[in-house]
Design a protein around this ligand. Structure first.
Ligand SMILES: [Zn+2]
Length: 249
């Protein structure tokens, strides 16, 4: 896959994700309405909607009302663009397209959970369909492993959810765990889960110590699950080998 073309796909995908992130919580039509400025409501033209570049040339301000545009928009576009760029260095053709879809969905779920503290059922449902399609295509002989992993991780979260009455994890985490387990299979699903907990502790414990959050505040776990899953997918094999070497030497 041509990495620069992938970069452009990612930038455009990120721009679409921005539109979804803004429209879905407000129940706006997600396909047909033209984008508008959040502050003044002015409909945006083509030159206002070029990923990253519009933000730079408009110096981060709306052309019509002069109010600041959130840096969230170019950031999401850049992350999406770079993500697809790096995937394109390793993967080709349909496999690239499949992973690119998973990556863009990951970005969406990550930010949506961070901002709204919820993982939409629809996003998990689309993910399960998309992942299943790819597994059926690329791993037709070894599909059971993935289904089993999805079930194990879902059960793990469901038990935590059930016994803590939703205080330790949210129901959305169980569904996201199912999706990521289905994608990664065994043992990578477990590696992803471990990294999610490690990252969650690295971020969460200082926040607790410095009282930026309390034990009662809700910290979304979805973003950690997603970063953990991608670490497992990209470097899990190396991590397992490295860990095996330590244990045997
Ligand atoms: Zn405006």
């Amino acid at each position: 896959m041509n990495p620069f073309l992938a970069l452009v796909y990612g930038l455009v995908g990120g721009s679409f994700i921005n539109a979804l992130l803004w429209r879905i919580p407000k129940n706006k039509n997600i396909t047909f309405d033209r984008s508008e400025c959040i502050k003044c409501g002015h409909k945006l033209g083509f030159l206002d909607l070029i990923p990253v570049l519009s933000f730079i040339f408009l110096l981060g301000k709306c052309r019509y009302c002069g109010k600041k545009i959130s840096w969230q928009y170019p950031l999401i576009e850049i992350v999406s663009g770079l993500g697809l760029y790096f995937l394109a260095l390793k993967f080709n053709g349909l496999e690239f397209a499949w992973l690119a879809g998973i990556f863009l969905l990951s970005v969406f779920i990550f930010v949506y959970d961070l901002k709204n503290l919820i993982i939409l059922n629809g996003s998990v449902f689309i993910g399960v369909l998309w992942v299943s399609l790819g597994l059926w295509f690329f791993k037709i002989n070894n599909f059971e492993n993935n289904i089993l992993t999805a079930f194990v991780i879902f059960s793990f979260f469901f038990c935590l959810y059930f016994f803590s009455k939703g205080r330790w994890v949210g129901g959305g985490d169980a569904k996201l765990g199912l999706l990521l387990g289905l994608w990664l299979g065994w043992p990578m699903g477990l590696v992803g889960l471990l990294f999610a907990y490690i990252l969650g502790s690295i971020v969460g414990i200082p926040l607790l110590i410095f009282r930026l959050v309390s034990l009662k505040s809700k910290i979304p776990f979805g973003p950690f699950l997603i970063i953990g899953a991608w670490i497992a997918f990209l470097w899990g094999q190396k991590i397992i080998e490295w860990y095996g070497n330590i244990l045997t030497s």
